[in-house]
Design a protein around this ligand. Structure first.
Ligand code: 9MR
Ligand code: ZN
Length: 747
């Protein structure tokens, strides 16, 4: 086949909004490829150079084991390496957007002010336009370079040069868009074949000059928000900050208020480095301080009775700002004000039926509303209020403030009101309501695709029963009718569970790609439902059902997650008024057992982290463990869990391996680019949100690109692209609320 050559030189990066043609000069076919290759081979000697190699692995598809993926949004097709060693795309449907059919490749970096050359070959069995694009893989997905190209039956060689003018991107995405182009007429099934992808840097001057941004390296890590006067306080040092002694310096006067030895450095497998600790618990005088070791200083922090007040308040207001289905007014929501969103009726999956499921909180950085995660969040708020009512007031700055009811209960009611709508006539509870796909980085009212209600799951139904039973007790003194309504709904859900003994749902139906909140067992959820109903009613029939599950064993009573809820079940059972639970001793023993493990993990870690592994949302696991220890002290009396529980709060607020205070808007070094659509859409990070934190499984392309080989507890990056590290959720904030409420009531 004869080759046709098409080449472009792009004078700069193609910013969104710029008309692409203005900066393109199609050139005559040239032999520039060979010249480039000669040039680049010369530079491979230079170790600092990023030139001289193809950044696309297996670009010639010599191996069928390729690293390309497809994304479909209304289109459909099949991508595979064919017998000729080409990447073949068989288009089955064309969709309505250019990216309806997309082939993409991740795993390379673009550096500011460097020049690149992209080459590849393609042919097709039809004449059609398609798009080559290298884009930011997140936020607004704008292209750094993009070009509409034409392909036909003749093999064509494409050669595109461009300069990266934007800040370096360690994880961009190379896309070939094969969806709908207005320039293509009609659609029939067709095939496009690609080969010899070659992307290389041809001028790395910008890379060598380096990034102008200064990296802050924090060698002495502390809670950047602060410490209550009478609590245990320690800093963790690594690298050059490990020395014999450290000092506490009063920032106002410059005086050394305390000086002592630090421990010897000890290897920490979670961070892969030596770490020493420095205890300064004896410093109790309110003020602003820093820890100093020679020339090295920590971030500043406060000691005082009110250090958590603002952070506590903003973390709770976050729930208000996540409200769906209502207008958020500027007087209360400021930058994040928005008109009513997601208020239209939603279609029940697989039917034409439409129901009103408006309300509730947006789950996270996306706008989905999911029952199991919502139930965890409500449970934490209700438990926090139940155990520490004095920590809450009626003055939070939400629409219900001043109504005589603590705002935390008004806020929880907002979610409960939505949960009612998710229950069907039979008592079953739908798993979630979302659109079929995640939206772009827009405000919620701009997500206007059809809302779909996903099938009932037994996990959602049981969690619903549990939190409704919990609410029945908590709202009994405030609103008797509401409390009865909660109890009725809980009992109805429980009746559904009785009639549906086997596990149901908790899987995304075909075509729905939003959050799944999957599960494989529902015994812990059922256990929770029976425990809360037993606690709320004292009815021994629920104890029988609870005991039936317990007698089969195998329930983990140490988890406070959206998936494992056994610790909620155990706590409800052990705090039930009647004190007559048949399995009381067994549950108690198992609860205590879980606590021993959590405490021994903390002892082994310099930061007192209770984790050995760092999963997606590890900050929730940290907060949950703190909460679990506090629940333990409630059950057992005493303060065995107190210090480590507070250490978990210190960890979240900066005393961790990354040196980040993981709560947005607080501390000196805190996330600036959370994966949170309102923050991205407004270009301003909403305060009071706890990000997911380190995730050693590197479950998004950014994390995979940037953090490969990083120690587990350091697998974190402050990028909105890194959705497996830097998203926020209601159920990561909720255990934090519990910890703040505890700290406030026990200062
Ligand atoms: O928090 C969830 C985490 O534990 C899971 O590993 C992950 C993948 O299933 O999903 C997380 O939940 C996301 C949800 O699916 C959709 N909304 C955003 C949530 C936080 O990232
Ligand atoms: Zn909404």
């Amino acid at each position: 086949m004869k080759k046709q050559i098409v080449s472009f030189i792009l004078a700069g990066s193609m910013l969104l909004g710029m008309t692409s043609c203005s900066a393109i000069w199609p050139t005559e076919p040239t032999e520039s490829t060979t010249e480039t290759e000669e040039e680049t081979t010369e530079t491979t000697e230079d170790e600092d150079s990023i030139m001289g190699f193809n950044m696309i692995n297996n670009g010639d598809f010599a191996s069928k084991d390729h690293e390309w993926h497809t994304y479909f949004e209304g289109g459909d097709g099949l991508m595979y390496v064919n017998d000729k060693g080409e990447m073949q795309f068989d288009a089955k449907m064309i969709g309505t957007k250019e990216w309806a059919n997309q082939m993409y490749y991740d795993g390379f970096a673009l550096y500011k002010n460097c020049k690149y050359e992209m080459q590849f070959d393609a042919y097709s069995d039809v004449e059609r336009d398609f798009k080559f694009r290298i884009q930011i893989n997140g936020s607004d997905y704008h292209g750094y370079v993009e070009e509409v190209l034409h392909v036909g039956p003749e093999m064509t060689h494409y050669d595109i040069e461009f300069t990266m003018e934007e800040p370096s991107d360690p994880a961009p995405r190379l896309c070939i868009n094969l969806g709908k182009f207005t320039t293509n007429s009609g659609f029939k099934e067709h095939t496009v074949c690609f080969d010899n992808f070659d992307l290389r840097c041809i001028d790395d001057k910008g890379y060598k000059e380096g990034d102008s941004e200064d990296k802050v390296e924090s060698l002495i890590n502390i809670n950047q928000v602060g410490y209550l006067p009478n609590t245990v306080k320690f800093a963790v040092m690594h690298g050059d900050a490990i020395a014999d002694k450290a000092k506490v310096v009063d920032c106002a006067t410059g005086e050394v208020v305390f000086e002592d030895d630090m421990t010897l450095g000890v290897a920490n497998p979670s961070t892969g480095r030596d770490e020493a600790t420095f205890d300064f618990s004896s410093v109790k005088q309110p003020g602003t301080y820093k820890i100093v070791v020679g020339e090295i200083e920590s971030f500043e922090f406060k000691i005082g009775d009110d250090v958590y007040d603002a952070a506590f308040k903003e973390s709770l207001r976050m729930f208000y700002l996540q409200r769906c289905g209502v207008e958020l007014t500027a007087d209360l929501a400021g930058t994040y004000a928005h008109p009513v969103c997601h208020a239209e009726k939603a279609t029940i999956f697989g039917t034409k039926d439409q129901i009103d499921v408006s309300g509730g909180w947006h789950d996270a950085g996306d706008y989905g509303r999911y029952v199991v995660s919502g139930a965890k969040a409500v449970a934490d708020l209700l438990l926090a209020y139940n155990l520490y009512p004095d920590a809450f007031d009626d003055n939070l700055g939400i629409p219900e403030s001043g109504n005589g009811i603590p705002d935390v209960l008004d806020e929880a009611k907002f979610e409960l009101d939505w949960l009612f709508k998710m229950q069907n006539a039979e008592g079953g509870v739908y798993h979630k309501v979302t659109c079929t796909n995640f939206p772009g980085f827009v405000m919620p009212e701009e997500e206007t695709e059809e809302l779909v209600v996903c099938p009932v799951s037994t996990t959602a139904t049981a969690d619903f029963a549990a939190v409704m039973a919990m609410a029945a007790t908590i709202y009994a003194d405030i609103d008797y009718n509401y409390s009865s309504k909660c109890l009725d709904a809980a009992m109805k859900a429980e009746a559904y569970l009785d009639a549906h003994k086997s596990f149901e749902g908790a899987k995304n139906p075909d075509g729905i790609v939003t959050g799944e909140y999957p599960d494989e067992v529902d015994t812990d959820e059922r256990l929770w439902a029976y425990a809360e109903l037993f606690k709320a009613t004292g009815d021994l029939a629920y104890d029988d059902k609870f005991s039936e599950i317990m007698s089969k064993g195998n329930v983990n009573t140490g988890e406070l997650g959206w998936q494992g809820v056994g610790a909620y079940a155990a706590f409800a059972y052990l705090t039930a008024d009647k004190n007559q639970g048949k399995f009381r001793d067994v549950v108690r023993a198992s609860f205590i057992n879980g606590v021993s493990e959590v405490l021994s993990n903390a002892i082994a870690d310099a930061y007192s982290s209770t984790l050995k592994d760092y999963p997606w949302g590890s900050n929730m696991s940290i907060a949950n463990n703190g909460m679990y220890l506090i629940m333990y002290d409630k059950i057992e009396g005493g303060t065995k869990g107190d210090t480590v529980a507070r250490d978990q709060l210190n960890y979240l607020l900066g005393a961790n391996g990354t040196g980040y205070c993981f709560l947005t808007g607080f501390g000196t070094l805190s996330p600036k680019a959370p994966h949170h659509r309102p923050s991205q859409a407004k270009g301003e990070t909403m305060p009071g949100m706890l990000v997911g934190g380190p995730n050693q499984s590197l479950e998004d392309p950014y994390a995979a690109n940037v953090l490969a080989g990083t120690a587990p507890a350091l697998c974190y990056a402050d990028s909105d692209q890194a959705f497996s590290l830097n998203e926020i959720t209601i159920y990561w904030n909720s255990p934090l609320i519990f910890l703040f409420a505890y700290a406030k009531s026990n200062s």
